[in-house]
Ligand binder design. Structure first.
Ligand SMILES: C[S@@+](CC[C@H](N)C(=O)[O-])C[C@H]1O[C@@H](n2cnc3c(N)ncnc32)[C@H](O)[C@@H]1O
Length: 468
């Protein structure tokens, strides 16, 4: 197939499409972005750069011509825009200083809009950050604002090397965001004020035991799924749950997952000596989950892992929206993953083809109450928020909730599901640093080859909230 976008071969195109990458130095980052988003020889494409690393950025360029804001005086048209505000954000000491940077970037992006070639990209390097004990998702906030001018297309997570033992209290220092916007038929070029509320302040301090002391990103090599676990289309590994249980809970505490699936949360909780509770809408999956717990507590095969029987478990076949105080005792920690909107109903959704081939179920159910069957995005978000606010009432102060989600691309449009959900939940709970489960065991697909950038989303957000 002819490559009209850049001059990369499909073999060179593919690795760039993984939605997370190991960051080592800016040189590599700049080079990879320039190679992907501009055409090299024989054309001389023009790049507009905003940031404090102009000389370094310029020295990386091959045939591309690099300019700064100065070029606004001329009639130049640019084929790529790069905004690097990592050090400006790192120097922010107050929320007001972030707002100043945001205003500056919005102005710059509005001016640059008319100078960017149609269907070309604007890329931003930015991180979320803690200021005075409070965590601010600056990257998400800026993305919402810029998305009113350009089309928000994609994001990549730059994963920095993690020095075990140091900076463990600041998982946000282990990564930054690379946000990709495009000027296209869906972008207005006009800024509209955004109403998201994430950047708000609270007075309470997050206690030590509710803080995230997990690396900002991690890769898991989970044990292969057993026969009954494969029946579920979207299970997370018990290893993930164990890691979070170690961070946020103590033995004998009560753990809840309102959407239990095959019971990964409960199995991991029981194995760690915690009590395991949950609901699951599908009677089929609820039964598998209950059986897996039962097999742990009272194994009927001698080789199965056996537990002291004092650990409680209870999984109810029930709609999570109807959970009430009589269902469970007080809950010390929640870890869960919802349906990713109605993505499993989309034909050709990631990994669906293989399941069809094997005769496996591709969605959770056709039940109307299944939240994976709600077609309207806002209605879906609203229902999901209700589920978590309902559970909030079962949690004592300082208890944490972890939600595993990802941002969604559907029919060419980007829905930042993780950020939108966090925005809603922050009305009651306090956002803690997110950490990423980076998947390294899935084959890349050459989406958009030769036409535009579409990543393979291989990073899942583990969003953390505390009830203060
Ligand atoms: C992403 S899966 C959870 C998988 C689970 N963490 C595991 O590892 O097996 C989401 C689950 O939510 C369930 N679900 C969907 N709507 C629900 C509702 N209204 N109440 C309870 N569970 C629901 C689905 O049946 C599905 O099993």
């Amino acid at each position: 197939m002819k490559n009209r976008f850049n001059r990369l071969t499909s073999k060179e195109w593919l690795p760039f499409q993984k939605s997370w990458f190991r960051y080592d130095a800016d040189e590599r980052l700049y080079l990879d972005n320039l190679r992907f988003f501009t055409k090299a020889e024989p054309t001389h494409e023009k790049v507009l750069y905003y940031g404090d690393q102009f000389e370094a950025f310029k020295s990386i360029a091959e045939t591309q011509e690099i300019s700064t804001t100065v070029s606004f005086d001329s009639e130049d048209e640019f084929q790529f825009i790069v905004i690097d505000i990592r050090s400006e954000i790192a120097a922010c000491q107050t929320l007001e200083s972030y707002y100043e940077i945001r205003t500056k970037i919005i102005d710059f992006a509005i001016q640059a809009f008319n100078r960017l070639t149609h269907r070309r990209f604007l890329t931003v390097y930015i991180q979320n950050q803690t200021i005075a004990n409070q965590y601010y998702p600056f990257a998400w906030d800026l993305a919402w604002h810029l998305a009113s001018i350009y089309s928000l297309k994609d994001e990549k997570i730059a994963c920095k090397p993690i020095d075990q033992g140091s900076a463990m209290h600041h998982p946000e220092q282990h990564l930054f965001y690379v946000l990709h916007f495009r000027k296209d038929e869906n972008s207005s070029g006009v800024y509209q004020l955004q109403t998201n509320t994430l950047c708000y302040t609270h007075d309470s301090k997050v206690p030590e035991r509710s803080q995230v002391n997990i690396p900002g990103w991690f890769i898991l090599k989970p044990a292969p799924r057993k026969k009954n676990e494969i029946l579920h289309p979207a299970k997370y590994p018990e290893e993930l749950v164990s890691m979070f249980l170690d961070n946020f809970t103590l033995e004998n505490q009560n753990i809840l997952d309102p959407m239990s699936g095959t019971g990964s949360t409960q199995v991991a909780a029981l194995k760690k000596g915690r009590n395991a509770f949950g609901t699951e809408l599908s009677p089929f999956f609820a039964k598998i989950a209950q059986q897996r717990c039962q097999d742990l507590v009272a194994p009927n095969q001698p080789d199965l892992f056996s537990l002291p029987s004092k650990q409680q478990h209870k999984i109810i076949n029930k709609d999570a929206r109807l959970i009430n105080k009589d269902d469970f005792p007080s809950i010390d920690y929640v870890i869960t993953s919802p349906p990713y909107w109605d993505m499993l109903n989309m034909k050709g959704a990631e990994n669906q083809a293989k399941r069809v081939e094997k005769g496996l179920q591709t969605n959770y159910s056709d039940d109307q109450e299944d939240m994976g069957n709600i077609a309207d995005y806002d209605a879906f978000l609203e229902d999901l928020t209700d589920v978590y606010f309902n559970i909030y009432d079962l949690m004592p102060t300082n208890a944490v909730m972890t939600i595993v989600v990802k941002n969604i691309k559907k029919k060419g449009k980007n829905y930042p599901f993780a950020w939108d959900l966090a925005d809603r939940l922050c009305k009651k709970m306090v956002l803690l640093p997110e950490v990423f489960w980076c998947q390294d065991d899935i084959n890349l697909a050459p989406y958009g080859y030769g036409n535009t950038f579409v990543s393979n989303t291989f990073h899942q957000y583990c969003l953390n909230f505390v009830k203060l």
